[in-house]
Design a protein around this ligand. Sequence first.
Ligand SMILES: C[S@@+](CC[C@H](N)C(=O)[O-])C[C@H]1O[C@@H](n2cnc3c(N)ncnc32)[C@H](O)[C@@H]1O
Length: 256
Amino acid sequence: MLISKLESVLDGDEMEVRQEIYDAFVDALSLSKCGDGPPQSSYKTYYYNQDPLTLYEDQTTISKGTTGLVTWISAQSMARDIYNPDTKLHKHLASASKVLELGAGCGLVSMVVSKLFNSTVYATDVDENVLQRLERNVNLNNLSTRVVGLDWFNDRDVVTNIIPDVVVAADVVYDDYLFSPLLTILQECLRMNHQCKIYIRGVIRNERTYQKFISMLREDIKHDINIMQIKNECTQIRNPASNNRPNEDMYEVLIG
Ligand SMILES: C[S@@+](CC[C@H](N)C(=O)[O-])C[C@H]1O[C@@H](n2cnc3c(N)ncnc32)[C@H](O)[C@@H]1O
């Protein structure tokens, strides 16, 4: 509209709109926030004990073909418990020297661990865009978290080399086809270090999927398995574009 109006005004004078004006207009349109496109990525600051961590993340649960560009509610709940010195999770992490996060997404959990403890923290994921986002968030907060590519289907050797003391994973139980490779990774962690503690936290969105994971876990893992229901006390504002619902049933599996 704006360009055609300009053209009609200039038409009588036999003048043209300069190319630079077209270019600037097209650039401005692509930056516009008021289109019908998906919500923009933004910086979000999380506070635990008034300690801020800022993450660059998306606002939709799936973007660029991955679920890892937004922070899920299980990660927020886990981060909160890591800050609480009375939790087992905090205690295990406090005495760990190597911590591995599987399916780290935007990196909240790994970064909280890096912030609080002296351990070497490996934030891993499979997706290229997620790994770039992780790197960006780690740098943004000046942390030493190591960002590493780890595909549960192919990269068992990454675990063999790291030999973690504690493994954390938030919201990684959502698709049956991932269970078997994920369990292979967990078995490798336990094979390399019999004392390894593994914490998996998630939301029960589909009872059948959850039960299937638990029964495969009991079948494949010969170490102690404890399952707890977690009260979700994350008081986040409901984002209408997100799947994160404040009162969903949440569980934590502790292996080892
Ligand atoms: C629902 S998101 C959870 C992200 C983050 N843990 C959180 O709670 O905010 C699941 C994550 O698992 C990762 N993932 C999916 N398949 C994977 C695989 N085969 N190997 C490694 N990571 C995988 C995804 O890239 C994504 O980051």
